[in-house]
Design a protein around this ligand. Sequence first.
Ligand code: ADP
Length: 294
Amino acid sequence: MRAMDIVFLGPPGAGKGTQAQRLAEELGIPQLSTGAVLRKAVADGTPVGLRAKAIMDAGGLVPDDVVADLIREALGGEAARGGVIFDGYPRNRAQAATLDGLLSSLGRKVDLAILVDLPEPVIVDRLSGRRSCPKDGLTYHLTGAPPKVAGACDRCGGPLVQRDDDRPETIRDRLRVYREQTSGIEDGYSSAKVLVRVDGTVGGPDDVYAAVRRAALAARAALSSSPPAGAPAAAKPAAKGKSPARRKPAAAKRKPAAKRKPVAKRKSVAKRKPVAKRRPVARKRKPARGKGRR
Ligand code: ADP
């Protein structure tokens, strides 16, 4: 099967991580969240973490070379052979060029760029109200998805914390960095005809995911019926009476992917679990409370 590489674009707080996580589970393609990898490095006190912490706390971008190393390492891993879902990368034009170069050296390219968009006032509210349990990784929102007991995790009762970079003054900086450096990189993907825009405000996370999923399945179907990047059409193996298009691989694969238990496949390309920890948010919380994830 052809590898499929997807990037998630959009401002901080747009819900890229949640959406990328779900798509990773459904497609069986690992998710790589540079933010999560960096936060883990900070928590572990690694040299990268020590370099990144102050920058992250201030809402800036960690140097491109540091992040490029993470991406290179992840792409070199076995888990990335079938593709990667990038969340939080690329974040500027240089990173986009780096990613193109790395993928092209593997005979691959960005097959789909999903831009989840959201207006700034909504972002500020989402991020400033976000709280999480450092132990369980569950996240809450002060008004949108509050814990049963204020300030305490529903599951373990431990104290909830605010991410250092979710403080109002840092949120403004992150948004500025997004406006100045990240927003606009979608133009390249638009020219390459791989960009799909998704409105992050339509309904809840499930509605956003429906649009994300549609885009991904369409891209996968198109990919399955097109020749590999750089391969001449004649080099395609003779398909004994069945053209790839006639085999309808996307439809055929959709069911098993949806049914698949995510755990085994969800493993991160960077061999760490913070994304899984950040993910459960509402899905693992009691539905009885009737609060959706943000
Ligand atoms: P958000 O998208 O909500 O800001 P992330 O978890 O993606 O959250 O990123 C948190 C922080 O990690 C960023 O503000 C930045 O400092 C750093 N970071 C993440 N990805 C990158 C990247 N590709 N390049 C540089 N810095 C990054």
